[in-house]
Design a protein. Structure first.
Lengths: 322, 245, 910
């Protein structure tokens, strides 16, 4: 059939304008989610000695918008939103969306992380966890543990509420070799237009079908600021999160983070760049900091960049394909 | 000879046709260059309430500002290698003057701006070995924000002063990179002036004055220092307003 | 002025009879061709004076469709080899009004009887022959008559109809070249029309002249490559050699400026390809202009510095015999990169012998040309070597280059062969682009380079070698076939800094501020072939004549390319951006039909299909940032495939002999830069749709004018991205405009050409925003950047005998010749990205020469008024002040054009 279509195209002289193809989108988790982050001195490590592992990294993601690169009147979409646990994804990712009958060529891609209530639970997410996300209007449900053999938690003295009988050392710190966290975070974001690392923008739709992956990074919580573009110069630090365990019960909670202002954490010193890109999300407390960081984690094709809360495709008078 | 004369007539006619056509031609380059004043407005020196019941009266609040870049990208920073408009000069703003006054010129091109980035007078160029002051004003001591005032809480009275530097953490980056809010997004074409609204009260509002030393100095690394830096970079950044036709 | 003119016209006598052979073996000999051709007529020549009058000498002359002599051969020697050579040299400079069939110029061959007059007669006859000066007038009236003595010897001719040339077996060729020819040239000599060229048109005797030989003479084979109609719409034109030579040329690429709407500039330096503008297209380094030399396609696909990269530095202007330009797409032979159009250069040297040209000029300029065109060989056979060096104007522009071109044309009977060899090497330092605001502020001189090592180190190197072979065969049924094979190797290396100090190393993001000296390296090895077969003439009806051509072209390219950031002066690499190997194949097939419907309408066209296949080994693909743990191995290998099918058609309506209404429509394509393709991606050809319509008025050779309107649309376009020094994709574009082109030869010693091109070039769709390029520099509806809406070009050339011979020995026996020429180029303001315009400029080049026998002295002045102009101007963000605050707003940058430049040349011809 394809041969005949080529011959027909040759015969009619109509070139490749009319051909169509399908595109499949996968959700992929960065290795930092499935493998965790190791302590070490390398640029890819957490440099203050903590290691991090994630037990659950559920995200509500989808609503993929496509716009033909050289014809703004053409658009398509895959509107489904799925709630997927990235921590349990296979390395090959998970195919969740297919858009059929797209004109071959390059299409711009954008997608959203949404409230879980707008999405469908994937089997990787337990019902209870999904329900929590729905109830708390979350985008992410992140549960994990930080570990450091000689770890300490150094909560702001003005805010610390250690258990009775537990005293701080002379630096105001408490032993903490393991700190758990469980965050259900509202981080609705539009990502796009997406661009593969050092490659052209969007996805190339071919007659034989093509695919692309939406990639969620897992380490932005531990960045020393807000990455943009290539994220070059990023340093990973986790001590601030250990210091947020105000009651020293071994688990950092939303309430604790909400009660801490950035200036309360001595850890957030001049190694940090707190300039959040989100003007409507001033970093008045560390919970907001977490929300802001998670709103930067959407990527494309691995390391490809997607501006966050980016430029949504506006196609007023358009042909909707697929 | 007939051919020669007809040749001349023909050539003349065609040339005239083209010249007429040419006189009507014009070039549309897409966007127009813009240059507009940058105004700055601070706040009045009235006392204000900070955290934990402290009432603060500012006596000096000078801010080094610049360079300033406005970008079309949704996110500034590395995505703003090419800016839509800029004010390269480093200027000093008296934040206790609530009246808008011109502090510089914004030059660039017409078009929508969606994000902004700037330094507070201390920049780290790609070609620089370390951050350097960008402002030619000795009173700023090479820092970003020079503040003096009094904080009072009941009987407690703290005279404080500080010269805070907000420095980029790596060469080539700027200390404030933010997306413009819906009300700040604009098309520079037709804009008449840019007004920066800077409120130092919000920066001081998070300071635990009780933790300042007896000399009232805001030391680098202190909570007060961090609170002011966080306020300047992440909580209460200079607002942008546009005057239009 | 008239006296020398008269002497000029009287000094030779010529008689010719044109008898056109219409050999159509497929049809009965008695079949009558659609219409009778008219023979060539002499328009311009040079005197041949001898000490004592001698018997006329017969010369077999091949005249192309432009009226130029492409070959000359003595029918019989004068017995004096020196005189033989002189006669041939003079005859090769003759200019004719070409033979015509159905009002269309065709190639032809005639035998001319050249009378050798005594020098005394030449002097004495000047005033009395005043009336003969009209012989050279555009009307052409009496051109031949004037010079034809009453007892002019028998003349003979045969014309080679382009459309039917494959069937036109040339009787005269037999006379000179084919001993087995069945036609007796004496038959022609006995023509009743002998002695009167005007009435010598083949009338009743024409059928008798239908040659039956199976060979086609060697000269006819010269035209075999073009055995088809050239007229493919209103924008298909051939620039005659006299127009090419009218104004001075500083280098070979200047020949392109003679074509309407073309501007070429050496913006980046001697060893970097020209930037070419053609009729509304900023073709960058060749992305939109297909260029073929001697049948070899020279655009380099997927070149790192620009798609379809072309460097014409190898070209030696003295060996360019003809320039055909198809603006737009209308010929099925047009292949990849024929978006704005196609340029075909045929090489040949008409002035046979050994020539040395030594030039010295401003800025330490030196050029040495050695050109050897053996007398006994055809015009297509020559060897040329050129050496050029310069210290360069301003700073940092010294360059050295060497170029050798050898072409040998040989073959007998039905076969003709061509071997073409090209070798070229060049290295140049570059001043690069500078910010206009720095120049305006006095920080930098107009012709300066920035003082930093990263700017001073800018340089380029280019090497190219091409070896090609082509064989053409005339088949017994009148068809013809051609096959060619070529090999090419190109090496390109560039170190250029466009942006100053704004780059950050991707390999190590902490490496910054070291200067954005981009090093590009591209090595291409190519092998290609082409073949085509053209049928005999079919005549399905009395009013319809048709030929069909099928053709194939194929090329395979192996490309290695790398791009790095280099820190100067130590040349340490501080970032890697590209490291890739590309294998590419392009196989194209086409069918082309040529229909003549009555004498008034011709339809030509067909369809072309190209299959492109790529395999890409992108060794830096899937780049792993420094701060990411390695989860895979670096590299991204992929392959892609695509098909482009393109119909093309043209129509010609000739209500009268002088007027033709022409129209054409065609679709073409530009292949993608392979590295931009994803795995399995259908190669996103830039599709161009091109249409033009116009009228051509032609009064013999004396005057030709075209007025053409055109329209093109590209599915997606590209624009130069200075930060990476390469082209990036933008949206769809549309161009519409008009071209006026006039060529006039009001006197036999004067030629003038004028072209005015207007274009309205518009971006139809803005490029999509992207993360890396979040703010496209272009907006919907804006004029395309870099494209000048108006381009004007004027060429004027005059040459004349200044004084007759003044003696019989030494130089005194030679007449003194003089020539002057001028070329004017005007570019209107061009829109640049980001709201700015480039300034308009006007350049005037002039030339004057004085020749005396084998020696000629000439002076060329380029940019006579010393206009300060930007050869190319760009707009982008840069930082050339490492001590200051970085500006991120786009600024105007330019590469300075050359100031006034003098060149003195001594030419000696042996």
């Amino acid at each position: 059939m394809k041969k005949w279509s080529i011959l027909l195209a040759l015969g009619l002289g109509c070139g490749d304008d009319a051909s169509t193809g399908d595109v499949t989108f996968l959700i992929q988790a960065e290795d930092t989610i499935t493998e965790g982050l190791a302590a070490g001195d390398g640029d890819e490590n957490i440099t203050d000695g903590w290691s991090v592992s994630f037990d659950r990294y559920a995200v509500a993601i989808g609503e993929i918008q496509l716009g033909f690169a050289t014809d703004a009147t053409r658009s398509a979409s895959a509107d489904d939103i799925y709630v997927v646990d990235l921590a349990s994804l296979p390395p090959s990712g998970l195919s969740l969306w297919t858009v059929e009958g797209l004109r071959t060529g390059r299409w711009e891609v954008s997608y959203v992380t949404a409230h879980a209530g707008e999405g469908t639970r994937h089997e990787s997410v337990p019902e209870a966890a999904f329900q929590r996300m729905v109830d708390e209007e979350c985008t992410y449900l992140i549960e994990g543990t930080m570990q450091k053999a000689d770890g300490r938690s150094c909560p702001p003295s003005a805010l610390a509420t250690p258990p009775e009988g537990v005293t701080a050392d002379e630096e105001g710190c408490y032993p903490a070799t393991s700190v758990a966290f469980s965050f259900c975070v509202d981080a609705e974001t539009v990502f796009g237009p997406c661009q593969a690392e050092d490659g052209p923008s969007g996805v190339a739709v071919t007659e034989g079908g093509s695919s692309a992956s939406l990639t969620i990074h897992g380490d932005h919580l531990f960045f020393n600021g807000f990455p943009e573009g290539e994220e070059g110069g990023v340093v990973r630090l986790a001590q601030w999160l250990a210091d947020a365990d105000l009651n020293l019960d071994g688990t950092v909670t939303r309430a604790e983070l909400e009660s801490i202002e950035p200036s309360d954490l001595a850890e957030l010193d001049d190694r940090y760049d707190l300039s959040s890109p989100f003007e409507d999300l001033p970093l008045t407390d560390m919970w907001t900091y977490v929300r802001a960081q998670l709103k930067t984690q959407g990527h494309f094709q691995g390391e490809g960049e997607c501006p966050f809360d980016g430029i949504e495709h506006a196609h007023d008078d358009h042909d909707h394909e697929g | 000879m007939n051919h020669a004369s007809s040749t001349r007539r023909f050539t003349t006619t065609l040339l005239a046709t083209f010249l007429v056509l040419g006189s009507t031609g014009c070039v549309d380059t897409g966007v127009e260059p813009v240059e507009l004043p940058v105004l700055a407005a601070g706040v009045s020196a009235e006392p204000f309430e900070a955290r934990d019941g402290w009432v603060v009266t500012l006596e000096r609040a000078d801010l080094a500002f610049g360079p300033l870049y406005l970008c079309t990208a949704a996110n500034a920073g590395d995505l703003c290698e090419t800016a839509q408009a800029e004010m390269l000069d480093g200027v000093v703003l008296d934040l206790l003057d609530p009246e808008p006054h011109e502090v510089g010129r914004l030059v660039g091109l017409g078009g929508v701006v969606r994000s902004v980035m700037h330094d507070y007078g201390v920049t780290w160029e790609l070609t620089g070995m370390a951050p350097e002051s960008h402002v030619d004003d000795a009173s700023m001591q090479g820092r970003s924000f020079v503040v003096e005032g009094v904080a009072e809480r009941g009987e407690e009275r703290v005279r404080f002063q500080g010269a805070i530097a907000v420095t980029p953490i790596r060469a080539g980056s700027l200390v404030v990179r933010r997306t413009l809010s819906a009300g700040e997004v604009t098309d520079l074409e037709g804009a008449q002036a840019l007004t920066l609204s800077v409120d130092p009260r919000a920066w001081l509002g998070g300071v635990r004055f009780e933790e300042l030393g007896a000399d009232g100095n805001i030391e680098e690394g202190s909570q007060a220092w961090r609170a002011i830096v966080a306020g300047m970079t992440a909580q209460s950044r200079p607002g942008i307003a546009w005057s239009r036709d | 002025m008239r006296a020398p003119l008269c002497a000029f016209c009287c000094s030779f006598a010529l008689a010719m009879t044109a008898s056109v052979a219409y050999a159509q073996p497929s049809t009965p000999p008695s079949s009558t061709p659609p219409s009778a051709p008219t023979p060539p007529r002499l328009l311009r020549g040079e005197p041949i004076e001898v000490d004592e009058a001698r018997a006329p000498v017969a010369v077999l002359v091949t005249i192309d469709e432009r009226g130029a002599v492409t070959a000359a051969e003595l029918v019989a020697s004068t017995g004096d080899t020196t005189l033989d050579a002189r006669v041939l040299e003079v005859v090769r400079r003759f200019v004719f009004a070409p033979a015509e069939r159905e009002g269309r110029p065709i190639a032809a061959r005639i035998t001319v009887q050249v009378e050798l007059v005594a020098r005394a007669r030449s002097d004495a006859g000047a005033p009395s022959d005043a009336g003969a000066s009209d012989a050279g007038a555009p009307s052409g009236a009496g051109a031949s008559d004037a010079g034809v003595p009453s007892d002019a010897g028998a003349a003979e001719s045969s014309a080679t109809n382009e459309r039917e040339a494959n069937a036109s077996n040339d009787a005269n060729a037999n006379a000179s070249n084919d001993a087995n020819a069945s036609n007796d040239p004496n038959t022609n000599a006995a023509s009743p029309n002998a002695g009167n060229a005007h009435t010598a048109a083949p009338l009743s005797d024409e059928p008798e002249l239908d040659a039956q030989d199976e060979g086609f003479g060697a000269e006819a084979q010269v035209e075999a490559a073009a055995l088809r109609a050239h007229d493919r719409g209103a924008s298909d034109l051939t620039i005659a050699r006299d127009v090419l030579e009218a104004a001075p040329m500083s280098e070979g690429a200047d020949v392109l400026r003679r074509a309407p709407g073309v501007y070429v500039a050496r913006a980046e330096g001697e060893a970097v390809g020209h930037r070419i503008f053609l009729r509304g297209f900023d073709a960058e380094h060749g992305q939109d202009v297909e260029l073929r030399v001697a049948g070899v396609p020279l655009n380099l696909p997927s070149h790192l510095h620009g798609q379809g990269y072309l460097d014409l530095g190898f070209l030696i202007p003295e060996v360019v015999d003809s320039l055909r330009v198809i603006e737009g797409v209308s010929d099925p032979r047009q292949g990849d990169f024929a978006v704005a159009g196609t340029v075909e250069l045929e090489l040949g040297v008409r002035r046979r012998g050994l020539t040395s040209r030594s030039s010295l000029g401003s800025f330490g300029g030196f050029r040495q040309l050695v050109l050897w065109a053996p007398e006994e060989q055809r015009d297509g056979s020559f060897a040329a070597f050129q050496l050029r060096r310069t210290d360069g104007f301003g700073q940092n522009r010294n360059a050295l280059s060497g170029s050798a071109i050898v072409q040998q044309v040989f073959g007998d009977g039905a076969w003709r062969h061509r071997v073409f060899l090209l070798g070229y090497g060049s290295r140049a330092r570059m001043a690069g682009f500078v910010r206009r605001d720095d120049v305006m502020a006095g920080t930098l001189g107009f012709y300066d380079a920035y003082p930093y090592p990263t700017a001073q180190s800018q340089n380029a190197l280019a090497m190219r070698g091409v070896l090609a072979y082509e064989a053409t065969h005339r088949q017994s049924d009148g068809g013809n076939a051609q096959v060619g094979l070529w090999l090419g190797r190109d090496v390109f290396r560039l170190q250029a800094n466009y942006t100053g100090f704004v780059e950050r190393s991707r390999t190590n993001p902490d490496w910054v501020g070291r200067g954005d000296l981009v090093e590009q390296q591209n090595r291409t090895t190519s092998i290609g072939a082409h073949a085509r077969w053209r049928s005999r003439v079919y005549e399905p009806a009395s009013f319809l004549h048709a030929t069909v051509e099928t053709g194939l072209s194929a090329r395979f390219d192996g490309i290695d390319q790398a791009q790095r950031l280099v820190q100067s002066p130590q040349n340490t690499t501080w970032d890697e951006r590209v490291d890739a190997t590309i294998q590419g194949a392009d196989v194209g097939v086409y069918v082309d039909a040529d229909l003549a419907i009555t004498d008034y309408v011709s339809l030509r066209g067909g369809v072309r299909a190209d299959v492109l296949v790529y395999e890409i080994d992108d060794r830096l693909g899937n780049f792993i940032p420094d701060f990411r743990e390695d989860a895979y191995l670096l590299g991204y290998r992929r392959s892609a495939f695509g098909v482009a099918a393109s119909p093309r058609a043209s129509i010609e309506i000739k209500p009268t002999r002088a007027i033709a209404i022409l129209g054409a429509y065609g679709e073409g394509f530009r292949s993608p830069q392979a590295r931009t393709l994803e795995d399995g991606e259908t190669a996103p050809f830039t599709k161009v749709r091109s249409a033009d319509a116009g009228v051509r008025v032609r009064f013999d050779e004396a005057f030709e004018a075209r007025l053409v309107g055109y329209w093109t649309r590209l599915s997606d376009d590209v624009a130069f991205e200075p930060a990476e020094g390469r082209l990036e994709r933008v949206g769809a574009t549309r161009r519409a405009g008009g071209v006026l082109h006039v060529v006039t030869r009001p006197f036999d010693w004067l030629v003038g050409a004028l072209s005015v091109t207007f274009v309205d070039a518009e971006l139809l769709e803005p490029p999509p925003p992207s993360a890396e390029d979040p703010r496209p520099a272009f907006t919907k509806g804006q004029n395309l950047p870099y494209v000048p809406p108006w381009v004007v070009r004027a060429d004027v050339g005059a040459q004349h005998v200044l004084s007759p011979s003044i003696g019989s020995n030494g130089l005194g026996r030679h007449p003194r010749r003089g020539r002057v020429g001028a070329g004017l180029t005007y570019l209107s303001p061009r829109p640049l990205p980001y709201a700015v315009e480039a300034d308009p400029f006007t350049l005037l080049d002039v030339s004057a020469g004085l020749g005396w026998g084998p020696v000629e002295l000439s002076l060329d002045v380029f940019n006579l008024f010393d206009a300060r102009y930007a050869a190319v101007e760009l707009s982008y963000a840069s930082n050339w002040d490492p001590e200051g605050t970085r500006s991120r707003v786009p600024a105007r940058h330019f590469a300075a054009g050359a100031p006034r430049t003098f060149f003195g040349t001594l030419e000696v011809h042996f």
